[in-house]
Design a protein. Sequence first.
Length: 433
Amino acid sequence: MKGRVMKVAVIGGGSSYTPELVNGFLERVDSFPLTELWLMDILPERLDIVGKFAQRMANAANAPFAVHLTTDQREAVRGASYVITQLRVGWMAARRADEYLGHRHGLIGQETTGVGGMAKALRTVPVILQIADDMRELAPGALLVNFTNPSGLITEALFRYAPEVSAVGVCNVPITTKMSFLKQLQTLGINVTPERAELDTLGLNHLSWHRGFRVDGENMWPQIMPDLIEKARQGEGEWDAATLESLQMLPNYYLHYFYYTGKMRAKQAEWPPSRAEAVMEIEKKLLAQYAEPDRSVPPEGLMERGGAYYSTVATQLLNAHYNDLQETHIVNAPHRGAIPGWPADWVLEMPCQVSRAGIEPIPAEPLPTVCFGLLAQIKAFELLTVEAAVHGDRNAAYQALLAHPLGPSADQVETVLEDMLATNKAYLPQFHR
């Protein structure tokens, strides 16, 4: 690809995250020879605000790449080397509906976990598979990098229903965890730069356990874990000390919904605002700032939006792939036997080597029984949800809700499913033919 046009397409280019992504490319112009950045969105007014701001950012930095704006997905994908998906079917209003779907049935209301995550997946999987279809035709050989939630479940759908398209699912939780461990080591008198450190994580997206941290190949877990446990005993942090001491691992933040379900439901009782409603207000301010004609630098308020280190995750991955760096990244991919005894076709969130050859899972030990039981249950939910989303299969959707430990009781599954399908009817034609 060197010496030729390097095109990256961003589907969902009107996202409030896009300026951070542009910054990531600007920081890597010396190693990643991007020539065309195409931002595609189906909302022209949103694309106009975010896209023109992205163009001003590039111009102010004398970027060697041009920023193109389009509402035509096929035009964006055509000839791309990389396609990044960061879309939200139904926009933020659908996220709010996902949250309140759980809330009104006495369940966890969250955009990636439980009934809300399932609703989002049903809306999103067909859209992502259509992008994969366009890539197969118009950008053969391109890598699809999916940030769209629920990232692991959507990546599972891609590997099962678009196997000809190279794809990987990405999340910012591993890198935020890595950075928090670096800060923790700093308080212990150990100063380390990020490139010297590697995180050992295994599980599913938003259902993983961090179990090791290496600096220059040396495992620092004996320093990190006791410190986390002691802080928990003192009432610091987000986990109880007994759980951390038993597991000797740090759970992904989203495991709060499983380990402390009652507490998380109690927080929901304080709504409004839900997280979606809070983000709506943040985005109003951000878009107003993006629209300022003299602005060419992202506002500080962008960090309130969430998604810290998003640009780092995205552009590091593309850079490692393009330049054949054989770096280790925590991503979502089928493990293909890297975890002994687990079904080889399961998509897991785990360390993988990233090079021009692709995304190669690094062999690792399985999680203990206490973790695997929950993981297997959620994987069953994911597989059923994929079938429901692809085929409009109501029985698969029913069984997905029945399988999920945060789902409704068996005698309420039908009620919740009908509410989910009715609430999302405009985005679920596969169920309403």
